[in-house]
Write a protein that binds this ligand. Structure first.
Ligand SMILES: NC(=O)c1ccc[n+]([C@@H]2O[C@H](COP(=O)([O-])OP(=O)(O)OC[C@H]3O[C@@H](n4cnc5c(N)ncnc54)[C@H](OP(=O)(O)O)[C@@H]3O)[C@@H](O)[C@H]2O)c1
Length: 269
């Protein structure tokens, strides 16, 4: 039997997921999308060949519903959907900071809910998506969510209690690397390089380091030691990073992001 999947509220993340699913082999005919604006629905149909429908129709006819509206729009969307979703349908939330209990309280009893926190590299099929089961989601439901989000990158199962920590690490993670690239490019300008050259040097170094971290199986300390020769240039730079408390700043920054995620989640409980 063909499984129909609907993406409700198909914005940036929803469209990234949709296009990844099509590249991974899902048939556009089995994918339904909903959008708030008719021109957005038309655009999705023209770009991907998927079928735009209303929220209520998606709720009635899809086997799996992926909700990708902004967190502040989720309550309104659920009010609209609740009367139409049969309790055996899998509901996957892609919204940051909304606990599965928020959905379970508003949907039919025993509706399986899976919460996923992805990140923007979903746009280039390099996402890190963190997946947690609600009270009624089974291993099969989790596997289905993994199959869907696996189309745009890696997936990892965690207990829902760890979602706030994961939001701080991987949800916001790309932003920290963008920030580092920005700061290092500024340093390149200070050292007399033109901005475009400094940018290219840093971006390629970031890509090279990321691939080594992923593929070498080596600990980051070992990889760093390999470029830190006695009395060399790198150790001078590392001393300055330590003097300026960069490691402590990163730990404090991620703790602050985790705390903010908790705060947002408690506002949605
Ligand atoms: N972007 C990120 O970095 C990121 C990372 C991880 C997770 N997320 C999560 O992913 C979700 C989507 O984020 P996004 O950046 O993709 O936002 P987005 O581009 O604003 O997408 C949300 C879409 O939902 C539409 N929408 C809102 N209410 C609707 C309704 N009742 N019925 C149908 N469509 C509706 C919006 O329509 P309009 O175009 O008319 O506003 C918009 O196109 C959020 O919950 C966010 O927490 C985002």
């Amino acid at each position: 039997m063909t499984q129909k999947v609907a993406v409700l509220g198909t914005g940036k993340i929803g469209e990234a997921l949709l296009s990844g699913m099509i590249r991974a082999g899902w048939a556009p005919a089995d994918l339904l999308v909903t959008a708030r604006r008719p021109e957005r629905a038309r655009e999705l149909h023209e770009r991907h060949g998927v079928t735009p429908v209303g929220n209520a129709e998606a709720a009635k006819s899809a086997d799996t519903l992926i909700l990708t509206v902004k967190p502040q729009d989720m309550g309104t969307l659920l009010d609209e959907l609740a009367p139409h979703i049969p309790a055996d349908r899998l509901v996957i939330s892609g919204a940051a900071g909304i606990p599965t209990s928020f959905f379970e309280e508003r949907l039919a009893r025993r509706t399986p809910v899976v919460r996923v926190m992805t990140n923007t590299p979903a746009l280039v099929d390099e996402a890190m998506s963190v997946i947690s089961a609600g009270s009624h989601a089974t291993a099969e439901h989790l596997a289905h969510a993994e199959e869907i989000f696996g189309a745009v990158g890696k997936t990892l199962r965690v207990p829902e209690s760890q979602q706030d920590a994961c939001t701080a690490l991987s949800g916001s993670g790309p932003a920290y690397f963008f920030y580092l690239v920005e700061a290092m490019t500024d340093a390149g300008i200070l050292l007399g390089l033109p901005r475009d050259k400094a940018h290219e040097l840093i971006v390629q170094s970031a890509i090279g380091a990321a691939v080594m971290l992923r593929d070498s199986g080596e600990h980051p300390v070992k990889l760093r030691e390999n470029v830190t020769s006695p009395a060399g240039t790198t150790i001078n730079a590392i001393r300055e990073l330590e003097n300026h408390g960069v490691r402590a700043a990163l730990i404090a920054a991620l703790e602050a992001a985790r705390d903010r995620s908790r705060e947002l989640a408690s506002g949605n409980s």
